[in-house]
Design a protein around this ligand. Structure first.
Ligand SMILES: Nc1ncnc2c1ncn2[C@@H]1O[C@H](COP(=O)(O)OP(=O)(O)OP(=O)(O)O)[C@@H](O)[C@H]1O
Ligand SMILES: [Mg+2]
Length: 499
């Protein structure tokens, strides 16, 4: 937004606009600490006035503005604090300027310079202090805000990003140049309690706490902010610190401490679940391979051809399930990429499919979508049965053929189609008739396992089997689950009230 408005109204270079972008992000902390709005002004091209290029609303207090100020222009009135800060290149405090919406407030205008030239001025409303938070905290917060404002004025925060520093949610700590703690926010106190420090931290030396405070020590040596996750005494705390400068001297450091113990605990539980799931898939695959070998041994001993063929088909089907489990064992999470798995299963199938003298080409179309691992096994079996059918039955008396596998999930409904350009289904074919197992497997899995339905089209130009399924889109499913639960509750309520 700053970039757009600066390019439209000002003469600022792209480097200068970059600086304003960083400073504006950093001003969020200043606005929060001051409990007040900050507006960022730049000179309009040609010098006729100033334009507001950004507004930073405090997250700790209500904004004094009811509507956006960006794009508002002001005259270059030499009496005003903001034009004066521009012209003199100094921080200017004024008494009672009139603001839009009928507010009257003190304004503090701070120039932002690049190589001694003022490129912008930011103004904060001085007297707007959060009415519900009087006392020590806002005062100390505004002390810290004042130090940060000085640093912005001296160009020390033009390239450092401190936008991840927050006053709410995180704990804030300030230390002086000797490492003595001069401020601890209530959140910081509770984080340090979790780390086993019950004492009043104020006045203590940071390097005497017995904890890993290396980021703060580095900041005191003037080093750039660095984030560090520290695990201590059963808690995990994220720490980040910046040096506080006055002129070129480090006068202390400001740090945030964030208690992320619960977050990391949840991450660990998820990781363990993931590994367990992978291990289960791996073992199932091994067991299925053992079953396949047993059946292969039996097939070798079978006396008649029909028994050999039946066993060989069973081995193929088991191998497909084993392959999917193997791929799931290598993947992550509960959801898997459908096209990725399908591609690999098809590659594996191609080797064993159909007649070597026939030229059958396969095409996988459709945008990838992720589906739950359990559904993946059923769906892969369905598709492999259909692909198997196409290669076995569609190209009778032909030298070549095409099989297309297309799929789609538009978050309302998903479908998968297997289409061939073969001879078409035999006359009188019915999905429910016949003794053969292939279509029975397809029907059972689609209707009973996947909750979908099948549509078949067939003529002399080929066969298309399309499977319609409930969407795999996670958020859509969750929404539907909620709706269903609500409906059940409503029904339950109305039947109990009718009794
Ligand atoms: N794509 C197709 N093109 C032409 N005919 C087909 C096609 N798919 C199936 N058929 C016909 O439908 C019949 C039933 O198929 P189904 O998959 O149920 O059994 P199968 O393939 O004969 O045996 P199985 O799948 O149990 O090994 C097939 O025998 C074949 O005649
Ligand atoms: Mg079949």
């Amino acid at each position: 937004m700053i970039q757009e408005i600066c390019q439209k109204h000002t003469d600022l270079s792209s480097k200068e606009i970059d600086i304003l972008n960083t400073v504006s992000k950093n001003l969020q902390l200043v606005a929060d600490l001051y409990y007040s709005d900050i507006l960022l002004y730049c000179r309009i091209r040609g010098g006729s006035g100033l334009v507001v290029v950004d507004e930073i609303r405090p997250r700790t207090a209500e904004s004094v503005y009811s509507c956006s100020q960006v794009g508002r222009t002001v005259e270059m009135d030499p009496e005003g604090a903001i034009p004066q800060a521009f012209l003199q290149g100094k921080r200017i405090r004024s008494r009672s300027e009139s603001l839009p919406d009928g507010y009257v407030a003190d304004i503090e205008a701070t120039p932002i310079k690049r190589e001694h030239e003022v490129i912008a001025v930011y103004a904060r409303m001085g007297k707007v202090v959060h009415p519900q938070r009087p006392g020590r905290k806002p005062l100390t917060y505004s002390d810290i805000a004042e130090k940060l404002s000085q640093m912005i004025y001296q160009g020390k925060l033009h390239e450092i990003d401190i936008s991840s520093f927050r006053t709410h949610g995180d704990g804030l700590i300030e230390v002086d140049q000797t490492g003595r703690i001069t401020f601890v926010s209530p959140n910081a106190v509770s984080t340090y309690r979790k780390l086993g420090l019950q004492d009043n931290l104020l006045g203590m030396k940071i390097d005497e706490l017995g904890l890993d405070e290396s980021v703060i020590m580095e900041a005191l040596r003037g080093m750039l902010p660095r984030e560090k996750e520290v695990s201590e005494r059963g808690a995990v705390v994220q720490k980040k610190a910046i040096p506080l400068f006055q002129d070129d001297k480090v006068i202390g450091a400001l740090a945030i401490v964030r208690d992320i113990t619960d977050l990391r605990q949840k991450d660990r539980v998820i990781k363990i679940k993931e590994i367990t799931l992978q291990e289960i898939h791996h073992r199932i695959k091994n067991n299925l391979q053992a079953v396949s070998s047993l059946l292969r041994m039996q097939a070798r001993r079978a006396r008649n051809e029909e028994a050999k063929e039946v066993l060989s088909k069973a081995i193929n089907r088991i191998s497909i399930i084993a392959t999917v489990h193997d791929l799931l064992a290598k993947g992550k999470g509960e959801y898997v990429d459908f096209s990725h798995i399908l591609k690999q299963v098809l590659e594996m199938m191609k080797a064993s499919l159909g007649d070597e003298n026939k030229e059958v080409s396969f095409e996988l179309r459709g945008r990838g979508f992720s589906i739950p691992a359990d559904d993946m096994i059923s769906l892969t079996l369905v598709i492999t049965e259909l692909v198997q059918n196409a290669t076995e039955h569609a190209f009778i008396g032909r030298q070549e053929g095409k099989v297309l596998i297309d799929f789609h999930d538009d978050s309302q409904m998903a479908w998968v189609e297997v289409r061939d350009d073969g001879v078409g289904l035999p006359p009188g074919f019915g999905l429910h008739s016949g003794e053969s197992l292939g279509f029975q497997i397809v029907r059972t899995l689609v209707e009973e396992e996947l909750g979908g339905y099948i549509r078949i089209r067939s003529d002399r130009r080929g066969t298309s089997v399309k499977i319609y399924l409930p969407t795999f889109n996670e958020s859509h499913r969750e929404k539907k689950d909620k709706e269903e639960k609500k409906e059940i509750n409503e029904k339950a309520q109305s039947s109990s009230s009718g009794r």
